[in-house]
Design a binder for this molecule. Structure first.
Ligand SMILES: [Zn+2]
Ligand SMILES: [Zn+2]
Length: 477
């Protein structure tokens, strides 16, 4: 008998934690953070206490209370005995936090399966992040009850990387991973062969991106396997269509917006999105500007460059410059960067520039500047006629709206003309319906959506479950 239990991703976008049980084998599909639930109880200055191990996370429903899943050191803080692991593996679909981050809490002996590129993205994220209990994915530092037991060496988690379409076995399950197109490279979907039949899991995916052919291959394959269950993301159900378009349209609109700009050009996009990087890198070349990236971005670019198939330029490319931020004394001396390993290790690069260079040569650069680095605008001093392109999703909740207001204040202060140009990382409503019809599973489990009920009202052949959290669904062939 095969069972599915959803511990996250239910009536919310992200937080996927899906348990598959088949005979003695148990695996999780993703183990992500649920941002919406976390925001129900916590904010910037009110956070789950590390001193309580996973206690605060369990109490407030951020983690499910399941046996044989969690780190021994964190259980001890709750006065519980350490447990043997009872889950065989986690299949990680991609490196976005809402799928990956709560791996941080998992038992050290649970192996994580992911694509090589996903592993590289996780390494890039780790290199430029402050360690905290919610992002200890690749390795973690034990938190013993007594200081004398403190061990400085982090414990490495076991990661097993798979290749596209290469079958592997976990216990009684056989799994074929398929690359799919999403707003992060290395994203994968899975076909999981159980004793009752095949289960298809989409992870996050889309059909309007640069690599839609990957997604198409997965769907074609899934449709042949006549799955007993399709677990599908539905982010864009009942969402505004204008956000969708395609990467090609992003390129065309952005090029149009910047073609005649004679002053500073500031762009903001998520650097994990390699397609968006390539779009703007191409535009920078088209309008004869160098792309200026941050040291944080460099952590990603260098790793992406190593994966030849991503076709990403080297950090030393003549069209790339790296922005050196003012830290410490503000004099750009090497000592200012001691606490920032990811910067310190790169201070010998040849193509480093400062805001003074950009201020004096505004026409020469396209600066990738994320909102949280907007204070650098004070040094860059964009001239009148400068442009800012926001190539990220629009505000979808109250907190984002507050940030957006703040951002607009900065733009107004510096007279920057704003353009909103973006396409979604998730499949459109129409594409989702097509996928369901084509794959035609015995049962549909829509997740990663705020509107799961919408699927039940659709004109589709298969039955759609309105998934309930922590309910064990039995699957039959
Ligand atoms: Zn997601
Ligand atoms: Zn995602």
């Amino acid at each position: 008998m095969v069972f599915l239990t959803f511990y996250g991703g239910v009536k919310e976008i992200g937080g996927n934690k899906i348990l598959i049980e088949d005979k003695d084998t148990k695996i999780f599909l993703d183990f992500g953070i649920s941002f919406s639930r976390r925001a129900m109880f916590f904010e910037e200055f009110l956070t789950p206490r590390v001193a309580n191990g996973i206690g605060d996370f369990l109490e407030m429903g951020l983690l499910p209370d399941i046996k044989g899943v969690y780190r021994e050191d964190l259980l001890k803080h709750l006065g519980r005995e350490p447990e043997e692991r009872e889950v065989d593996a986690v299949l990680l679909s991609h490196a976005h936090a809402d799928h990956a981050n709560y791996i941080s809490f998992l038992h050290k002996d649970i192996p994580i399966y992911c694509s090589e590129i996903t592993k590289s993205v996780l390494e890039a994220i780790e290199e430029q992040s402050q360690r905290d209990i919610e992002n200890e994915i690749l390795n973690f530092k034990e938190r013993p009850l007594f200081r004398k037991d403190y061990n400085k060496q982090p414990i490495e988690r076991k990661f097993i990387v798979f290749k596209n379409k290469e079958k592997y076995k976990i216990g009684s399950l056989e799994i074929i991973p398929f690359y799919v197109d999403h707003s992060i490279p290395g994203a994968s979907a899975f076909i999981i062969y159980t004793s009752e039949g095949a289960i298809a899991y989409t992870g996050d995916f889309r059909l309007h991106g640069t690599n839609a052919n990957y997604t198409q291959e997965f769907i074609d394959f899934a449709s042949k396997e006549k799955p007993i269950a399709l677990i599908m993301e539905g982010t864009n159900i009942k969402r505004k269509e204008e956000n969708l378009s395609s990467e090609k349209i992003v390129y065309e609109k952005a090029l149009e917006a910047v073609r005649n700009v004679k002053e500073a050009l500031i762009v903001d996009f998520n650097f994990k999105d390699v397609d968006r990087f390539k779009t703007f890198f191409k535009i920078a070349k088209d309008v004869e500007r160098k792309m200026v990236i941050s040291f944080r971005h460099a952590c990603f670019l260098e790793r992406y460059h190593k994966h030849k198939e991503l076709e990403v330029p080297s950090i030393e490319d003549e069209n790339i410059a790296i922005f050196k931020p003012k830290l410490g004394t503000g004099t750009y001396s090497d000592e200012d960067y001691i606490g920032y390993k990811f910067i310190k290790n790169r201070l010998n690069y040849k193509n480093i520039i400062t805001s003074e260079e950009i201020r004096n040569n505004q026409r020469k650069y396209m600066v990738v500047l994320n909102f949280y680095s907007f204070n650098n605008l004070i040094d860059i001093k964009p001239n009148v006629g400068s442009v800012y392109i926001h190539s990220l999703s629009e505000a979808i909740n109250e907190e984002m709206e507050i940030s957006e207001k703040r951002m607009n204040n900065w733009l107004k202060h510096f007279n920057l003309t704003k353009y909103q140009i973006h396409c979604s990382g998730h499949a459109s409503e129409n594409d989702l319906v097509d996928v369901i019809r084509k794959v035609n599973p015995s049962m549909l489990f829509p997740i990663h959506t705020e509107h799961p009920g919408f699927f039940s009202r659709m004109k589709i052949e298969c039955k759609s479950k309105i998934v309930k959290e922590k309910v064990k669904y039995k699957l039959n062939s």
